[in-house]
Write a protein that binds this ligand. Structure first.
Ligand SMILES: *Cc1c(COP(=O)(O)O)cnc(C)c1O
Length: 366
């Protein structure tokens, strides 16, 4: 039984849920890196190990989102992202695992090795994907694909929003906070003062904020913005917080209703760089530092930028005796064997360019 359902049994009866991942994910002290940075209590939450085939933060959201798809008896899910989207790949992998088809509506992004790998793996998992140049064209494409698939399959696909950050997907991280509380109670980690996380569609950060409040933990979430400000801002976060909170209260009236004000959000804007998925120098230095001292792999789009945010705070503030938890949101499972069987020419033509053009200059780690 997942920790949230143990605390709120009615939620266990009323929320759709399918078990996909391997939980709890380990928490681990970063002894060497902590010492190197002058921190006595630096920890990492290993959500990179959240699934056997594919880890990362999306597994937690998909346990609810795909649980919902299964309960409504759809045959396909349709979701959105950029070409190298970890969310679209995770959806493709786990949808296939539970017997659903997946369709990804993708937009262009800066090239990187991981974009190639994710596209090949999505194809390997039987996902259908399309590329559109911008959001309005994605909308048009969806208006076309939605009825087309409905006619073909006898049922319309179910939408999963970008990043899986609907209120239902966000519940995955409310549960994650209760999972962390159990690890604190067992003495695996002291109660964190600060939890650092990359924020792209904000479901991870917001779910944690809500879950930490419900689990009576004092930890503050520091969200490092890695996507455009139109997607990551205090207003959006407050809205998602309230909607997720309302969903849980409506299904179990004993779940508390929380106030949420702008003061509750610690959003860091200084590490985004120029563009989504365009790596930064600070981000890649953070990637190198983690890998050299601890052998744990971060990457340039999300976790490197988030860890750069943590490093910057350590340099500017007195955090020596604080408990810092870095939430590792990126997958670390190796799927290179599976994709070795796929030739990129099998992908739809618009995606060939990612294999024919150079990767961005700072993509030197993969
Ligand atoms: C999707 C993703 C995030 C962002 O999570 P949100 O809930 O969308 O804010 C962070 N890190 C990685 C590696 C991701 O794939």
């Amino acid at each position: 039984m997942i920790p949230l359902f143990e605390h709120y049994p009615p939620l266990g009866h009323r929320l759709p849920y399918v078990s996909l991942g391997e939980f709890p994910t380990p928490v681990q002290k970063l002894q060497h890196l902590g010492k190197d940075m002058g921190l006595n209590h630096l920890y990492i939450k290993r959500d990179d190990l959240s699934g056997k085939v594919y880890g990362g933060n999306k597994t937690r959201k998909l346990e609810f989102l795909l649980g919902n798809a299964l309960s409504t008896k759809v045959k396909e899910v349709l979701t959105f992202g950029y070409a190298g989207s970890n969310h679209c790949l995770a959806t493709a992998i786990y949808a296939q695992q539970v017997g659903l088809r997946s369709i990804s509506m993708l937009m262009p992004q800066p090239n990187a090795h991981y974009v190639r790998r994710n596209l090949l793996m999505s194809h390997y998992c039987g996902a259908e994907f399309h590329q559109y140049v911008s959001i309005p064209f994605v909308a048009l494409g969806t208006i076309y694909q939605f009825p087309r698939h409905g006619l073909k399959r006898g049922r319309f696909p179910q939408f999963i929003p970008p990043g899986g950050s609907s209120p239902l997907g966000t519940v995955g991280f409310v549960n994650a906070a209760f999972e962390l509380k159990e690890q604190i109670m067992k003495g695996e980690i002291p109660e964190p003062d600060y939890i650092y996380v990359a924020s792209g569609t904000t479901g991870t950060a917001v779910g944690l904020m809500l879950g930490l409040r419900a689990a009576s933990l004092k930890s503050r979430v520091i969200s490092v913005r890695v996507a455009d400000e139109q997607f990551v801002n205090v207003r959006k976060m407050a809205k998602l917080f309230h909607k997720t909170n309302s969903l849980l209260c409506s299904l179990d009236p004993s779940f508390p209703k929380f106030q949420f004000s702008e003061k509750d959000v610690d959003l860091r804007h200084g590490f985004f760089g120029q563009q989504y998925a365009l790596f930064t120098k600070e981000g890649m230095e953070a990637v190198t530092r983690m890998e050299k001292t601890e052998g744990i792999k971060l990457e340039g789009t999300y976790t490197g930028k988030a860890f750069a945010g943590l490093i910057d705070d350590v340099e500017k503030r007195d955090l020596e005796d604080k408990v810092l938890l870095f939430w590792q949101t990126h997958n670390s499972r190796d799927f290179s064997e599976a994709i070795a069987t796929v030739d990129y020419h099998q992908l739809p033509q618009p995606f060939h360019r990612y294999f024919e053009e150079e990767v961005q200059p700072l993509d030197t780690h993969s």
